[in-house]
Design a protein around this ligand. Structure first.
Ligand SMILES: NC(=O)c1ccc[n+]([C@@H]2O[C@H](COP(=O)([O-])OP(=O)(O)OC[C@H]3O[C@@H](n4cnc5c(N)ncnc54)[C@H](OP(=O)(O)O)[C@@H]3O)[C@@H](O)[C@H]2O)c1
Length: 553
């Protein structure tokens, strides 16, 4: 993820997420432009960045002021002659109710900084980003799709919802120029933003209790995702929103429905929920509540999987095979699962070349006894399980008016959904022991018909897998076990073969995407490793889309 000589503007980089991102980019060799209003804080960030070898450009600017915003772009181009990456991160949160006299003043201020500044800067930066085929990341919030637990945050929520949809539109427009635009929506992150809200009796330790994972994120975690998305590893990702706490949003809403939440209700009222969960714990599993650490030694958080045990179903080819190979390269003990022995042998040889002998289990995962064999043999061989990747899947045409519709429907659902459900059920006791995680391979077909009615059985199976994953993520959060979903768009794999010969070619598939390309399986494997690693310690219940912008079309 080297950013050597890339020019990166990070707005709002005097503190919090922006500061962490600026420092992380500088560490990877970028020429960083630090932007903010507080000179003292910017000086500190600049010093940190400079310690990695390059002097950043520090611009004092109020991004909601058009003159300042333009000066920021002009000074960047004057100094570095180009722009590769724009991180629109500057933002404020203010509490004010729609019924209060001061509401419009605060609404305008929040909208001007959180939305209008990002829009104007994007407008100014676009010609430069087109030249470098660069990319934009807009830092939004889970408040963009929830009420953030407080009616007093309406302006903030509105600004972030608008930023999300603006980003999708711009992603579509700029995809024609090879420029990617993505969104990161964090849940609670320990920065100055909440401290600045002056919530009575607010304290981060109490606040932690309001989240399913019993932790808030550190700014460095968001910076990690920013760097991943800004890098070439994410070359197939545009128009996507990456949520750091989708579950948190869901959880908070659940708990604030009946509450008079004049102020930050989430701080006080969510405490009822963990006690309900505690009862469930005792009765159903009898395990001890676990907490994920808040502070990670970030210098040490790598995507290493040394001695981790990872099951990847459907790893005889395509995405599963690439993921198994990538994990083996990072030191994992991989369990290769599929039906085609010849293909599995090839994947096995590739994995073994990195030094560890994989376990190969021939199994049709849609048969309960064979699924059970996968888990049993894994535990027998390695004694533990750290990550389960439910990736096996088939796509097939199915016509609701045809006589054999139900037969095909059942077959698709059994492989794409039921097998993942049963394997999850079997794997849970082992994953609780290791505080492991699960990734389910879904598809953009889980949230779109893709305009193909004959694909509806496949779409149904993937929609079910998405929502099953959210439910399990909520249940397992109390044990520190994360569950996430990756939804690819078109990826060049053998899946076409399972659909018969009469499907569209990969070239035609590429035309259905905004970036006019299909992904290679290795790109999805990269995202799998990120999500399965400790870099994603704050991510659970999220659906990560990597589709070359198909859904924004
Ligand atoms: N390629 C795309 O465009 C795309 C887009 C979105 C989502 N996806 C999803 O990505 C996942 C992987 O697909 P892929 O594109 O990599 O296709 P692929 O190359 O055809 O791989 C599918 C894998 O699933 C395995 N599998 C299927 N049925 C199985 C069963 N009953 N038991 C055990 N293994 C089974 C296959 O192994 P055996 O044949 O050896 O059993 C194979 O390893 C699927 O869930 C798919 O829905 C793919």
């Amino acid at each position: 993820m080297s950013f050597n000589n890339k020019v990166v503007i990070v707005t709002g980089s005097s503190s919090g997420i922006g500061a962490a991102a600026a420092i992380a980019f500088a560490k990877e060799g970028a020429n960083v432009v630090i932007v903010g209003r507080n000179e003292e804080k910017m000086k500190n960030v600049s010093k940190k960045c400079e310690s990695f070898g390059k002097k950043p450009l520090v611009i004092k600017a109020d991004v909601s002021n058009d003159v300042d915003a333009k000066r920021m772009i002009d000074e960047t181009i004057n100094k570095f002659a180009k722009l590769d990456i724009l991180i629109n991160n500057a933002g404020i949160a203010e509490q004010d109710e729609i019924t209060s006299d001061s509401f419009m003043i605060s609404f305008d201020r929040v909208m001007n900084i959180n939305l209008r500044a990002a829009v104007y800067i994007t407008h100014l930066a676009a010609p430069h980003l087109i030249k470098t085929k660069g990319n934009i990341i807009n830092i939004s919030s889970i408040a963009g799709s929830t009420n953030a637990g407080s009616t007093a945050l309406t302006a903030y929520c509105t600004s972030k919802a608008a930023l999300n949809h603006f980003s999708r539109g711009v992603a579509l427009k700029l995809s024609g120029h090879g420029v990617r635009v993505n969104i990161i929506s964090p849940g609670p992150v320990r920065t100055d933003i909440l401290d600045n809200l002056s919530i009575p009796n607010f304290n981060w330790d109490t606040f932690k209790e309001t989240t399913p994972l019993k932790r808030y994120s550190e700014p460095e975690e968001i910076a990690d995702l920013i760097l991943f998305l800004a890098s070439d590893r994410a070359r197939g990702i545009t128009g996507s929103e990456f949520i750091f706490g989708e579950l948190y949003a869901w959880y908070t809403q659940f708990n604030t429905n009946s509450v008079d939440n004049n102020k930050m209700a989430l701080v006080t009222n969510v405490r009822a929920r963990p006690s309900t969960l505690a009862l469930g714990r005792v009765i159903f599993i009898g395990s001890v509540v676990t907490q994920l650490p808040n502070r990670l030694d970030h210098g040490g958080v790598k995507m290493s999987f040394d001695n981790k045990v990872v099951i990847i179903t459907g790893s005889s080819s395509g995405i599963g095979a690439s993921t198994a190979i990538a994990l083996a390269k990072e030191g994992a003990h991989v369990v290769i699962v599929g039906r085609n022995e010849k293909k599995m042998k090839k994947v096995n040889e590739k994995c073994e070349s990195y030094g560890k002998k994989p376990l190969v289990v021939k199994a049709d995962v849609s048969k309960d006894e064979e699924a059970k064999k996968v888990i049993d043999e894994t535990i027998k061989t390695f004694g533990k399980l750290d990550v389960l990747i439910n990736n096996a899947g088939v796509a097939d045409w199915n016509d609701i008016t045809s006589d054999d519709f139900m037969k095909k429907f059942d077959a698709i659902m059994n492989i794409n959904l039921r097998a993942a459900v049963y394997l999850t059920h079997l794997a849970i006791p082992h994953l609780i022991k290791t505080k492991g995680n699960i990734i389910n391979t879904s598809s953009i077909a889980g949230s779109s018909t893709l305009g193909m009615s004959l694909l509806s059985s496949y779409c149904t199976s993937k929609a079910a897998l998405n929502h099953f994953s959210r439910g399990v993520a909520l249940k397992l959060a109390e044990y520190g076990v994360r569950v996430n979903v990756i939804s690819p768009g078109p990826v060049r794999t053998d899946i076409a073969e399972s659909m018969g010969a009469d499907i569209m070619t990969w070239d035609t598939a590429a035309q259905t995407t905004a970036l006019k390309r299909v992904s290679e399986p290795e790109e999805i494997a990269d995202l799998m490793l990120f999500l399965a690693s400790d870099k994603a310690i704050g991510i659970t219940g999220s659906v990560f889309i990597s589709d070359n912008g198909s859904l924004v079309k």
